[in-house]
Design a protein around this ligand. Structure first.
Ligand SMILES: Nc1ncnc2c1ncn2[C@@H]1O[C@H](COP(=O)(O)OP(=O)(O)OP(=O)(O)O)[C@@H](O)[C@H]1O
Length: 625
């Protein structure tokens, strides 16, 4: 049986192309400019095999002419033009791409990649125009032609007199509608913006006559409108330039031009990869966190270009959350775009690029840490929390990748240290990596819990960010050394005194039992402390939830309330202890008073709220009189 061809309802098809492919109207200009650039590239290719032709890059350009009076926008190119047959095949058949055919027939040379592939971009013009006229003359034709269409009712082609080779596309811009402003496509400023956004790196100049108000010659305050032809695009993308030709200033200028931030980036990373997936990237590590960085409004992502044409402003898939501060762009010729160029067909290439980029960012951060500590600390001040979130999130999946990027304040060094530095300072008999949590370094320094560890000469890491303890709990160990809070039950110190302590605890058991009865379920236990020297009392916590974690979780806006298993530790060598012993059995009121006071004092030291401040001040007054 003879196979029959599918028929398409061309009117509906065109309607679909015009109304369903692109989410933003302004991309019509990107499509027309890309076609113009392809048309010039085709002359370049033709010149490679045709001796009668020379390709002098400087004589090729694209020009935009907005005309508010006539409501037209004209896009001119000095490219290869179209024959009558090409007009019929390429602009008369939807989804027929002359450029795609050209690409498969010619060996594409680096730097002159043809952009068009789907055969639909041109029709995007009908998103903003009621009528489109194409005037063209092919390099291979003596005659010029005019193609006219109002969209759905088809098109006409008529011969015209035309001298120059190339194409001129005249869009009759639609009238404004209630919610649609088409005037902006006749506005010089808006057109400039669209070109900058999508077509900045088209390699031929995109020109436009721009009206600018300038000081009148010979006057001091008289201005006049001057029309000047300007080139709107940068043309040669910095990422295609040779790294050795670029200075730090070039990268900084690029950072500023692209509005990646108002700060000076701390580092740039310039990547050219010619592997399974070819891509170029310029990434920046900013100096300051944007004002909304630690909020939901912040959107991570890198600009994604395909052959120098912007595809996505913020491609989130290129950056993991823990490196969400990185700014910059990626350009690849190997992306499989979908028809709208707003998405990718599949993300295999993107995954390879992303993986590669993660590695490079980490390398750069480590090298910054090694070579320029001051800058790294600036970076860590701005984005350290994000790295710590990275250690904690996804069930600690990335902790190993990130652990060497962490910095914490050290009690001994009095500055920020890495975990590697900490471990390298550890004396042989030190079992654990010690840390203490609190609101500030100054407050932690004064915590009674730190006394015994500090006295032993061990270094303590100060945790002042809310995320710190959570991240460390996820990390568990660094170089086989476990983390241990100075408030934890077993500090791995005082092995020698264990027997003595046990006896001591037993002999005071009765007193502690009585104190526990006074406090009820406010504490899990009352014990003799192993960590106190000069202070009479301290609170610690048994189990996984520390006092700091209780504070943080309970301060969160949701109603989740948790309780650490608090232990009231008493310094049995302190004279207060004698007073407690004296009260026990003789004066129950006094024992209650002292116990409550000591408990509340311990809460205060920890920065935890006192449950009943009035009762506390009454107790204080009682001992004064
Ligand atoms: N300015 C131009 N000069 C020469 N030929 C052009 C021009 N504009 C369009 N064409 C021809 O018309 C064809 C169809 O253009 P269209 O923009 O619809 O699709 P495309 O550029 O091939 O693919 P895509 O949809 O991926 O942009 C092109 O492939 C090209 O052959």
């Amino acid at each position: 049986m003879a196979k029959r061809k599918f028929k398409a309802e061309s009117q509906k098809l065109l309607d679909m192309v015009i109304n369903s492919i692109y989410s933003q109207r302004e991309v019509f200009l990107r499509e027309l400019i890309s076609n113009a650039s392809d048309a010039i590239d085709k002359i370049y290719y033709k010149a490679l095999t045709d001796d009668s032709l020379t390709f002098d890059q400087s004589s090729y350009y694209i020009k935009l002419i907005p005309n508010k009076d006539k409501r037209t926008l004209t896009v001119i190119d000095t490219g290869i033009g179209m024959t009558k047959e090409e007009l019929e095949n390429n602009l008369g058949v939807i989804a027929k791409s002359g450029s795609h055919t050209f690409k498969s027939e010619n060996e594409i040379k680096d730097g002159h990649d043809i952009i068009g592939q789907f055969g639909v971009g041109f029709y995007a013009a009908f998103m903003v125009a009621d009528k489109v006229t194409v005037l063209t003359k092919s390099i291979d034709s003596e005659e010029g032609y005019k193609w006219v269409s109002q969209g759905s009712d088809g098109y006409t082609i008529t011969p015209i007199e035309r001298e120059e080779v190339g194409t001129e596309i005249i869009l009759e811009i639609k009238e404004n509608e209630d919610e649609e402003n088409y005037d902006e496509f006749l506005d010089e400023f808006k057109l400039k913006q669209i070109v900058k956004k999508y077509s900045d790196f088209i390699r031929y100049p995109i020109k436009m006559d721009v009206t600018e108000s300038k000081l009148k010659e010979g006057t001091e305050d008289e201005y006049e409108d001057v029309i000047e032809e300007q080139t709107l695009n940068t043309m040669v993308p910095i990422w295609k330039k040779n790294k050795s030709e670029l200075t730090d200033e070039d990268y900084q200028n690029f950072y500023q031009e692209k509005h990646y931030g108002f700060d000076q980036p701390l580092r740039h990373i310039h990547i050219n990869v010619d592997g399974t997936v070819r891509y170029n990237a310029i990434l920046f590590i900013p100096e300051q966190a944007p004002f909304n960085y630690y909020s939901r409004e912040y959107e991570k992502g890198l600009e994604l270009y395909s052959n120098g044409v912007l595809i996505m402003e913020k491609c989130a898939d290129l950056l993991p959350d823990y490196f969400s501060f990185v700014k910059g762009m990626v350009d690849s010729e190997d992306l499989s775009l979908n028809i709208s160029r707003e998405m990718l067909q599949h993300d295999r290439q993107l995954k390879i690029i992303a993986k590669n980029i993660h590695k490079k960012i980490k390398q750069q951060l480590l090298s910054l840490l090694r070579d320029d500590r001051e800058k790294y600390e600036t970076f860590f001040k701005a984005f350290g929390q994000q790295i710590k979130f990275g250690v904690y999130s996804d069930f600690g999946q990335h902790k190993e990748e990130l652990q060497d990027l962490l910095l914490f304040y050290s009690s001994k060094e009095k500055k920020l240290v890495t975990l590697e530095e900490y471990v390298s300072h550890m004396p042989e008999d030190q079992k654990y990596i010690y840390y203490a949590s609190g609101d500030s370094n100054e407050r932690i320094e004064k915590l009674p819990q730190t006394e015994i560890v500090a006295d032993k000469g061990y270094e303590i890491l100060y945790f002042t960010d809310e995320i710190d303890e959570f991240a460390i709990k996820m990390l568990m160990k660094y170089q086989e050394k476990e983390f241990r809070s100075v408030s934890s039950g077993d500090l791995g110190i005082e092995e020698d005194n264990k027997e003595e302590e046990k006896e001591e605890t037993e002999s005071h058991n009765e007193l502690f039992k009585a104190m526990k009865e006074v406090l009820g379920d406010k504490v899990k236990d009352v014990r003799a402390s192993k960590r106190l020297k000069s202070h009479p009392v301290v609170l610690s916590a048994d189990g996984e939830i520390s006092l700091e974690m209780e504070k943080i979780i309970n301060a969160m806006p949701d109603d989740q309330q948790i309780k650490a298993d608090k232990v009231l530790e008493i310094n049995v060598d302190h004279s207060i202890f004698k007073a407690l012993e004296a009260a026990q059995g003789n004066d129950q009121d006094k024992l209650e008073l002292y116990t409550n006071l000591l408990y509340n004092q311990a809460l205060l030291i920890e920065g935890l709220p006192i449950e009943d401040p009035v009762a506390f001040t009454n107790d204080m007054s009682k001992i004064m009189v």
